[in-house]
Each structure stands twice: as C-alpha cells, then as structure tokens.
Design a protein. Structure first.
Length: 593
C-alpha cells in the first residue's frame, strides 16, 4: 500500500504547476477567471490611433476555453476591467458548452493605441443569475445592430436598446461570427424608419456589414438602400465592385469602383458619411471616397434589395452578417478594429490561461486534456500502467541489489576474519544473519560440497579431482543468483522499447481523427487544428514519460548487477583456490602420518 501511495504521488506530479491566482479577486463567489488581452501593438492588431469605446467580440472555443465549471447557459460569466474592480457591460450572442463555442460582445470603455489592455472573464458561480446587459453593450450612437442569431425564417431582432427590429424573414446559416442572413436575390429585409435611425440634412452616418457574395453578379446589386422622395442612399456592388451612391438615377454622384470582392469569400464592408464626404472601406482599409452630403431621411430602409428605386437594382444573392447602423461617422480606427476583431483569425485578442481561486489553474494543459480523444486515452492508460509496472520493478530491483550488496560486504568481512580455516564460517550459527548475501549462499553451497566429500571419504581432505566438481556446483549456483538479480528486468526493456512506439501510435491515430473531423466540418483554421494536434502529441509525451525513467533505471540496475556478478565470480575463484591450497598442505601431512 505504501508503494502504491508513492506511485500515486508520482502520477500526480505530472500535473502542471498551476498559476497562482491574483490576490485581488474581484468576487469570491466566482471560482474561476480568465485573462483576455486586447493587443493593439505592432505584434497584435497594429492600431496606431486611439479608438475609444468599442464593443469587442470575445470568441470562445475549445482551443482557448475548456467550458469546465461554467453554467450551461453562460449565466455566471462576468467581465471586469483591467483594474479587477470595474464590471463591464456584455451581450451574449450565443453560448453552447456542448459544442464548445461562445460569442460574447464586451463593452470596452477605452481602447488605446499601441498598447496591451487586459480584461478579466470570471465564471464558476452556481448561484449567479444572467447579467447580460443587452443593448447597453453598444453605445447610444448605434441605431441598429443585427447579429442574425434568431431562428431561421424569423425577423431579425435589433441588439441595441432601440429595438429597431427588421421586417420580413430570411434563412440563417453559419456566418463569419455566428449565424448569418442568407439572401436569395429576390427577397430582402425592411429596416424601420425611426427617430434613432433618422439622418439629418448633411448629417453623419455609418453602415457596416460582413458580406459574402455567392458569385460575382453582373450589373448593379443593392446591399443597403434608403429612399425619401427624390433623395436616396445606396450601398451595393457594381459587377462585384463595392460602391456608394447619394441620390436617385444614373446621374447621381457615386464612388469610383475599385477591385471586385471575391466570390464565396467574406469581406468587411463599411461606409461613413460626415462633413460632405462619404468614405467606403473594405476589410478595414479605405477603398473609395465620394464628395457628397447625405440628404435628410427618416423612412424605412431595405437590406439585400432596392425595390423602391425607380430602376430597381438586382437583389443580393449571398450572406450578410453583423449589420450595423450608426448615427455618427465612426472613425477609421474603429472600422479597422471591427474588421480585425470580428474576423475568423485575429491577433487583436489573445486568451490567457484559466485560473482557479484556490490558486490552481487549468492552464494550457487543461486545454490539451480537454481535447484528448478516447483512442488516445486508451493508449495513455496503457502507458500509465506500463509506467507503474516499471517503477515497481525498479523499486524492487534497486531494493534487492542494495540489500545483496550490503550483505556481501558483511560476509566478506566475516569470511576474511576466519583466517586459513575457510570452512569455519559454514558451521557458525551466527552466520545466519548473512542469509541475504549472494556470496554467503555461494559459500554455503561450496562448503556443503566440501563437508559431504570429507564425510564420504572419512578424511580431512578431499581429492584434487573433486575441486573442479565443487567449482561447477558453485558456478551453477552463481547462474541462479544472476537470474534472481535479473528477475523482472525484461519489463524495463519492454517499457524502454515499447513505450515510445505506443505513444507514437496514439499520436498518429489522434492526428488522423483531428484531420478527419476538420474535413467533415469544412473549417480549416489554426484554432480548430491546434487543440487536437496538441492532444494527440500528449500520447507521445506519455510514451517518453514511460521510456525515459525506465531507461535510466535499467542502466543503473544493470551496472549494479554486473558489480554483484563480478564479486561472485571473484569469490568463487578465491574460494576454490584457497580450498586447493589447503588440500595441498593437508595431503603431505596425511602421507607422513
């Protein structure tokens, strides 16, 4: 039992040294927290201008969050500023711990330039109720925000506090963030005209959306259109090229088209208007400009078509995601941040390790363990059994060889104190204390052979021919002693040679399953691949964990065993030589008598 406890302690030693939780824990009722860093330096988002208030997308998945200890609906998640004191507003777009995916918008009050800013995410409070602030996450100048997370076929809801819900219905499919609206080219959505969406004469305005055309549609395609009398604002594609037009008819001023959008590829499209100037952005970068002031408009707008135009443009066929309307002209820095943070791959947001209030964190090891597949667990389980067996063998063999070596030293001291009478120790009752000595066992066999031959012959000496027979008997005993020394050593050789190969088998199978799952999902990105590959490599680590200690232990025991064997060989030679010498002395005396 004692050995099993020690082995259990060694296995527990595999756990990574956890990060100690910061002493300034925001709320003691929450068991866990996670550091999230917004990096605007050159190594991150490379934002060189202060942005201000930003609704930042926090994209959680199995590659950066374990979903262990969190409420099924995400009711217990909270976001706190870098001071670990100030709660931040947030809005949950979707939360699915079963699939290991969550999308949360966090209201960052001030996003600076060329700096790293930290946000804490707390979770793990069974008593907590949902604290989703909904529309408060978006500042008052956002007139409408559509995530399209509603059920397919229902009217999209506005995520802001203004509740400018759309009219009409579209299907929804997986988008660049969560769900996206699927437009078929014939039906669009109507966005309400309200006080919050009204635009003053020469006023300010921002439209932004993620767009994914099914194909490059010829001619003019409307993405967003708004009409009031003879005035209009149209944002769309001309032969696949983004454009913005202020006014009705072909003579109305429009931006000069540039490079077309790629078919079946997501692109972030944004338009801002202020001070008689309209700016068009694609993927966060300036694309085109138009010198025009917006007309006053308070009517409803169209999304995905332009049926109110005198000459209706074709309807949009493709996907739209995260459509936003603002009453102000958003700065270029914010447009760039949105394009980066909302995309599938972003260097702007980095996720740290999960920490536990008691001071033990999940860390990266927790992410790896969470991603280990069943086949890898089977291999790792076999390897842990092999490791336990090899440690037991090393323990037992080391204890045995230590006991034998110590007893051999005691025997040699006692043997050499007997002087010329090499058989005196064989009939000494006190010699029983030397029973753990392999040399003593050899000595007993040799001495027994000598005594038996003397008793048979009735003389104090034995014939010279019998000495070789005595050596042969002692050699056979020495072979059995070597077998006792090498007992179970084969388990170490199996661990050394078989452990890495078993680990490699687990890794190869794990990598195969990871790539098969990615192929089935049709989503290839580093966040989807990395956890599975890291988990698969855990099997190889386990194999090396078995083999390396076994290799060290085997080499150590092998040297110790060779030393014991050498001592036995020397003793056999010494015993037989001294016996032969004793018989040569005794033989002349017998002849003289």
């Amino acid at each position: 039992m004692k050995r099993l406890l020690i082995l259990a302690s060694m296995l527990l030693g595999l756990a990574p040294v956890a990060q100690a939780a910061d002493a300034s824990w925001w709320n003691q009722d929450f068991s866990y927290r996670k550091a999230i860093t917004i990096d605007t330096t050159a190594k991150g988002g490379n934002i060189t201008t202060a942005v201000g208030r930003v609704p930042m997308l926090i994209r959680l998945h199995s590659g950066n969050f374990t979903f262990d200890g969190v409420n099924e609906q995400g009711n217990d998640i909270r976001f706190v500023a870098a001071d670990d004191k100030t709660p931040l507003n947030y809005q949950v777009e979707s939360f699915d711990p079963v699939l290991g995916v969550a999308l949360v918008w966090v209201d960052v009050p001030q996003l600076g330039a060329d700096a790293q800013q930290q946000v804490w995410m707390y979770y793990g409070n069974p008593k907590a109720q949902g604290a989703d602030k909904g529309g408060a996450t978006f500042d008052a100048d956002y007139a409408a925000v559509y995530h399209f997370e509603d059920a397919s076929g229902s009217a999209p809801r506005d995520a802001t506090a203004y509740a400018n819900n759309a009219a009409g219905s579209v299907g929804t499919v997986d988008g660049v963030i969560g769900k996206a609206a699927k437009f078929d080219g014939t039906h669009g959505l109507k966005l309400p005209g309200s006080v919050s969406t009204a635009v003053a004469q020469a006023g300010t305005f921002t439209f932004s959306a993620w767009v994914k055309p099914d194909a490059v549609q010829p001619g003019r395609v409307a993405l967003y259109a708004r009409h009031q009398g003879t005035q209009a604002l149209t944002i769309g594609l001309q032969d696949g090229k983004p454009f913005v037009q202020v006014g009705e008819g072909d003579a109305a001023p429009a931006s000069t088209p540039g490079e077309p959008l790629k078919a079946a590829t997501w692109a972030h499209l944004a338009v801002t208007a202020a001070d008689g100037n309209v700016q068009l952005y694609v993927d966060g970068k300036p694309y085109a400009t138009l010198a025009a002031a917006l007309p006053a408009m308070n009517t409803e707008a169209s999304l995905g078509d332009d049926t109110d135009a005198a000459t209706a443009a074709a309807g949009f066929a493709g996907l739209m995601d995260e459509v936003r309307l603002s009453r102000i002209a958003r700065p270029a820095a914010l447009i760039a941040v949105d394009a980066q943070a909302q995309g599938a791959e972003s260097k702007l947001v980095a996720y740290g390790t999960d920490e536990k209030q008691a001071g033990v964190g999940f860390g990266y090891f927790g992410i790896i363990v969470k991603s280990v597949t069943m086949d890898a667990w089977v291999v790792i389980g076999i390897l842990l059994i092999m490791a336990a067996i090899s440690w037991v063998v090393m323990w037992q063999r080391a204890a045995y060889v230590n006991r034998v070596s110590g007893a051999n030293e005691d025997f040699l001291d006692a043997f050499r104190h007997q002087g010329r009478n090499i058989l005196a120790l064989s009939r000494d009752p006190a010699a029983a204390r030397l029973e753990h000595s392999s040399l003593y066992r050899l000595y007993k066999v040799g001495a027994a052979e000598v005594w038996s031959r003397r008793d048979e012959d009735g003389h104090d000496h034995i014939a010279p021919e019998s000495i070789e027979a005595i050596r042969a008997t002692m050699d056979s005993t020495m072979v059995r002693e070597n077998q006792r020394l090498a007992k179970s050593m084969v388990m170490l050789t199996i661990a050394i040679s078989g452990g890495p190969f078993l680990g490699l088998l687990g890794t190869v199978v794990g990598v195969m399953i990871t790539f098969a799952a990615i192929a089935a999902a049709g989503d290839v990105n580093v966040n989807a691949i990395a956890p599975g590959i890291a988990a698969a490599l855990l099997a190889t680590v386990a194999g090396l964990f078995v083999a390396i200690p076994a290799l060290f232990g085997y080499n150590y025991l092998l040297i110790r065993n060779k030393n014991v064997t050498a001592n036995m060989q020397v003793f056999v030679d010494e015993f037989v030589t001294r016996l032969a010498e004793q018989q040569r002395v005794a033989a002349p005396a017998a002849v003289a008598a």
